[in-house]
Design a protein around this ligand. Structure first.
Ligand code: ATP
Ligand code: MG
Length: 231
């Protein structure tokens, strides 16, 4: 059973196909040192979200290996411990048809009210929640109050803050946000990722500038890597 320490990630010569006809990732190697942030950039279809999905072991890779703190995630790690140590903020967050409180608490079901509120504050969504008539008991999702894309992502950030995982995988929304919302989300993201090993699929320049390293993907290969000022 994996008991990760720093959550350092390594992809070593990873080649992957969803189906035999097309290679999606070709010999991809990179490391994310514990506590650091790597940003993935590249055209649509280049394989960015696939890298995130592979860390969750949703699919078997064709060759190479993926490890966390030196443990091969295929051989040495259970799906369950992966779910425990990794928090994900997906490209498009789907909320449960439940209260907003439930949706945040899902990150750690034992959390109490003050911890939930602290997480919501950290994600800059608390004030918005307090403006709803039923506040934290407001039903959200398809059959409840519809939140905007930016608000849903902030709920996902609150959930992840509450979970406090060792590793964060963040697939930034591509949708355009207004400047105010963008700045609020950026602050929440920075807060969430401090001292956590983070892989972020980055669309915003501010995210890219803040990353410790940037990997540029093209057709499933890393074609450039370095810091923002070097690229
Ligand atoms: P975007 O910026 O649009 O989100 P991406 O870089 O995240 O793109 P991926 O989602 O990783 O791209 O997809 C990489 C390639 O794999 C694409 O050609 C895509 O069509 C293909 N692909 C993705 N998911 C599947 C799947 N479940 N089955 C088959 N092919 C897939
Ligand atoms: Mg994607």
């Amino acid at each position: 059973e994996l008991v990760p320490k720093g959550g350092g990630i390594e992809f070593k010569n990873v080649t992957f196909k969803y189906n035999p006809e097309k290679t999606i990732l070709n010999n991809v190697s990179f490391t994310v040192p514990p506590g650091k942030t790597v940003a993935l950039v590249g055209p649509s279809g280049s394989g960015k979200s696939t890298i995130i999905k592979l860390l969750f072991r949703f699919y078997d890779i064709e060759s190479g290996f993926i490890s966390i703190d030196g443990y091969d995630i295929k051989k040495d790690v259970t799906q369950r411990s992966l779910r425990e140590i990794i928090g994900v903020v997906p490209q498009d967050t789907v909320l449960f048809n439940q209260t907003i409180k439930y949706n945040i608490q899902y990150g750690r079901i034992t959390a109490n009210d003050s911890e939930i509120i602290e997480a919501a504050r950290g994600a800059d969504i608390h004030d918005r929640i307090m403006s709803f008539s039923q506040q934290y008991d407001t039903l959200v999702g398809e059959r409840g109050l519809r939140l905007s894309g930016g608000e849903k992502q902030r709920v996902a950030i609150a959930r992840t803050l509450l979970k406090a995982p060792t590793i964060i995988l963040l697939d930034e929304a591509t949708s355009a946000l207004d400047t105010h919302t963008e700045r609020n989300i950026q602050d929440s993201l920075n807060h969430m990722c401090v001292n956590r090993t983070t892989i972020v699929v980055a669309h915003r320049l501010s995210t890219i500038i803040n990353a410790d390293e940037i990997l540029v993907l093209k057709d499933g290969e890393i074609v450039e890597q370095g810091r923002h000022q070097d690229l």
